[in-house]
Ligand binder design. Structure first.
Ligand SMILES: Nc1ncnc2[nH]cnc12
Ligand SMILES: [Zn+2]
Length: 337
């Protein structure tokens, strides 16, 4: 069995996926037509050609503009279900997906429309595809603490639908400390806590995410590798890092996939997972991230198995559910040996 075939059949969880970042240009055009929204592109090819980014902000500008076509409950359901179809094809068995409510409520789309549409897509994924999922409400860090609190307040009637909160958008200049009180409030509500840290921001931001936000899971975490104490601490605490290789390449966090920190992270005992981040913008869903990274840095079958195992272990599933999913990974590895 080739490594690609092995990756394709490996059961996996996806833990770092922005649902708005799974909006493929074809669906963008369909929704623009359906909703009568103008988009500044003539064709699907022109949209793809615009996906040439020098950094995170370059991408975010286009990503927020793309989200303008999402207006109705059905749009959010279609968006979510389209992602789950792609994920199921990659043998993703469980996904914990971020959404950015402020991107929509600031355009006048009610919070409930967004959540109800996403939940409908998630329920269809469970019944039609057998893929389970959780929803993570992500705060936009370029906006204020006050706006984040207002978002948490708007989320209150829907709390049962969320497994956690996250922190995303422009990292540099918006350190985790800005959201210390909002994260404390989210924790009080029983939500798990994630934050993007060390994607472009310095190791000091990673420390703040640990010490001030008390996160349960770290998104990206690449720049932790610049700080020896941080590496030791992340390894000792078995903090799950949701690493996104193709995102890092497209946003110039790494110059070449050959330079990607995953092999060093694994060597240092970090609890790494592989994820697609914004697959419609970065050129590949989760299997493509496994495949391209494996090819660039020479990952072994055992390392790929470990990454898949970590993805369930680092999820917010219950302990018995985690154990059952991990057993499926082990059984697949044994069968393929
Ligand atoms: N990679 C990323 N970093 C920060 N914010 C994001 N929002 C969507 N994708 C993101
Ligand atoms: Zn992300």
């Amino acid at each position: 069995m080739s490594l690609d075939t092995y990756i394709a059949g490996l059961p996996k969880a996806e833990l770092h996926l922005h649902i708005e970042g799974s909006l493929e240009p074809e669906l963008m055009f369909e929704l623009a037509r359906r909703n009568g929204v103008a988009i500044p592109f003539d064709s699907v090819e022109a949209v793809r050609a615009a996906y040439d980014f020098s950094n995170l902000q370059d991408f975010l500008d286009i990503y927020y503009a793309g989200a303008n076509v999402l207006l109705t409950r059905r749009d959010f359901e279609d968006l979510a279900f389209a992602y789950f179809q792609r994920a199921a094809a990659d043998n993703v068995r469980h996904a914990e997906i971020f959404f950015d409510p402020q991107t929509h409520t600031d355009r006048g789309v009610p919070f409930g429309v967004v959540v109800e549409g996403l939940i409908a897509g998630m329920e269809r994924a469970k019944t039609e595809l057998g893929v389970t999922s959780g929803l993570i409400l992500s705060f936009l860090r370029h906006l204020s603490e006050e706006e984040a609190f207002a978002t948490l307040e708007a989320a209150t009637p829907y709390l049962r639908h969320f497994v956690g909160v996250g922190l995303d958008s422009s990292e540099v200049g918006h350190p985790p400390s800005k959201f210390e009180r909002v994260f404390a409030a989210a924790r009080e509500l029983g939500l798990k806590l994630c934050a993007h840290a060390g994607e472009e921001g310095p190791p000091a931001y990673v420390r703040e995410a640990l010490d001030l936000l008390h996160i349960d899971r770290m998104d990206h975490g690449n720049r932790s590798m610049e700080d020896e104490d941080l590496i030791l601490r992340l390894a000792a605490s078995r903090m799950t890092l949701t690493v996104c290789p193709l995102s890092n390449l497209k946003l110039c966090v790494v110059r070449d996939l050959k330079d990607h920190p995953v092999p060093e992270m694994l060597r240092r005992g970090l609890h790494v997972t592989l994820n697609s981040d914004d697959p419609a913008y970065f050129g590949g869903y989760v299997n493509e991230n496994y495949r391209q990274l494996a090819q660039a840095v020479g990952l072994t079958r055992d390392q790929l198995t470990l990454l898949a195992r970590n993805s369930f272990e680092g999820s917010f599933l219950s302990e018995p559910d985690k154990a059952a999913r991990i057993a499926e990974v082990e059984a697949y590895a044994a069968r393929s040996a």
